[in-house]
Design a protein around this ligand. Structure first.
Ligand code: AMP
Ligand code: ZN
Length: 455
């Protein structure tokens, strides 16, 4: 089976050919850990989780590296505001991030390097860039000299002249050229600012160099795939490329660049700075993580995805339908077959909405089939295909009961069960109607009453 990806570098759909058929390397820019992740942040990690699941079916070894950005001025500001130690804040936020990712069904990456653990690698890389004439030190800063790299702009299409004319009037005095960007900056030794000793004095690395240093350490100078949100293309990824190429004699950083589209609310990018964000944690108190995942995967990763109640309601009824098809079925564990249309959909530029339509097709066939054996066989296939998307792995009964925290409903259901046991069918019917008025549908089965929400 061949994988095709839209490569942001060539701006084309390309057949994916890894450097080695034995092992594939993937780097995805991780979170900046100063606050809880919002659902926009969850989008790339969910999309790449699915992609990695597919890669693991195809290649003997897949190394998925997703870093933790635990050096950043936003972290410093948040720690100051909270009156909290930086390391306490980053540790706490990282733990919460792990909880959020697990709740929406994302596996942990193979390697999760923290920027603070790799400052010496960053310093070496900066030294190397100075030695090769791509960077210069000035007033405790080190800057990358953009004009020394003629290919700069290859990913973003940003051209150096445009950058110059667009540069702000106030250019930092230590910059030779306005478009040069920071590799290292000075820190005050005030016990608040994070800092490390370096050949340029006490200071801290810039954000871009963190990813160049960590990706080359774990995946080598050139690796297969680099991912992240479209908002990172410029300047972050453009600068990562510049640094890595500058250091590695022009060797490309990654061969395929994959970028997810932006998650919006009312058409506007969800972001911490705009204040229009919903954290994963907040949502988890209102809905199961699997539903958040389903909403994210229902749109192709390169398109914009608007988060709204309608998208959630639609996803809820979709998941209810799929879980309903699995209800009461005898499942045989199996792996996704690589010639399955769902695998082919994912191989075609991670087409998760098309993959989900195949889940629905399976559910239709289960519902239509008259044979119990056939239903069980199809249900086993549904569960195995669901796995690659990180969906449908719960017990269906748990799914249908999971979002019930309403004690009143639970006691109505129990009272009806009691009435049925006493053969008081008038009372049982009255209670069934009372539940229906609350959008609860009951289905009697040999195991007792099963219930679900009207969707
Ligand atoms: P950050 O923690 O801000 O560095 O972002 C972590 C990841 O989330 C990056 O890959 C961003 O591109 C991505 N991201 C942030 N906001 C959004 C959004 N509204 N929609 C999609 N991806 C986003
Ligand atoms: Zn990065």
């Amino acid at each position: 089976m061949d994988i095709y990806l839209h490569n942001s570098l060539s701006r084309k759909r390309e057949k994916f050919t890894p450097l080695s058929l034995e092992s594939v390397g993937l780097y995805v820019c991780g979170p900046t850990v100063y606050d809880r992740a919002h659902i926009g942040n969850a989008r790339p990690y969910t999309v790449f989780d699915v992609f990695v699941r597919l890669l693991r079916r195809l290649y003997p070894q897949v190394t998925y590296v997703r870093n933790i950005t635990d050096i950043d001025d936003k972290i410093m500001d948040a720690a100051k505001k909270n009156g909290e130690d930086i390391s306490e804040l980053t540790l706490r936020t990282t733990q919460k991030f792990h909880e959020d990712m697990a709740a929406i069904g994302n596996f942990a990456p193979d390697i999760e390097p923290r920027a603070t653990g790799h400052v010496s690698e960053m310093i070496s890389m900066i030294e190397d860039l100075i030695e090769k004439g791509h960077a210069y030190a000035a007033e405790g800063h080190v800057l990358f000299s953009v004009k020394t790299l003629p290919s700069y702009g290859e990913l973003s299409g940003v051209n150096q002249d445009e950058m110059l004319s667009g540069a702000r009037v106030e250019v930092a005095p230590y910059k030779k050229d306005p478009e040069d960007f920071v590799l290292w900056k000075p820190s005050l030794q005030d016990g608040i600012m994070p800092g490390w000793e370096s050949p340029w004095g006490y200071g801290r690395p810039g954000w871009h160099i963190e990813c160049s240093a960590m990706s080359s350490k774990y995946l080598g100078q050139t690796f297969d795939i680099h991912g992240g949100g479209q908002d990172l293309i410029f300047p972050h990824h453009e600068n990562e490329i510049a640094q890595s190429k500058g250091c590695h004699h022009g060797a490309p950083l990654a061969r395929y660049w994959v970028h997810n589209g932006i998650l919006t609310v009312g058409g506007e990018k969800m972001s911490k700075s705009l204040g229009n964000f919903i954290t994963v944690d907040d949502l988890l108190s209102k809905m199961p993580g699997e539903l958040i995942r389903f909403v994210i995967l229902s749109t192709h990763y390169r398109q914009a995805l608007d988060w709204n109640d309608q998208a959630v309601t639609q996803a809820k009824s979709g998941l209810d339908r799929l879980y309903n098809a699995l209800r009461g079925r005898v499942i045989q564990e199996q792996e996704l077959s690589l010639d399955h249309p769902l695998a082919l959909a994912l191989a075609e530029d991670i087409n998760t909405p098309l993959a989900i339509s195949y889940l629905h097709e399976l559910a239709t066939n289960i519902n239509k089939s008259k044979s119990e054996d056939e239903k069980n066989k199809l249900a086993s296939e549904l569960k195995a295909t669901g796995f690659v998307l990180g969906l449908l792995q719960q017990d269906p009964e748990v799914w249908f009961q999971g979002d019930f925290q309403d004690d009143e409903i639970i006691s109505l259901i129990e009272a009806r069960e009691e009435a049925r046991k006493r053969r008081d069918f008038t009372e049982a019917d009255r209670l069934r109607d009372a539940l229906l008025a609350k959008d609860i549908i009951l289905e009697d089965s040999p195991q007792g009453a099963l219930w679900k929400r009207k969707g």
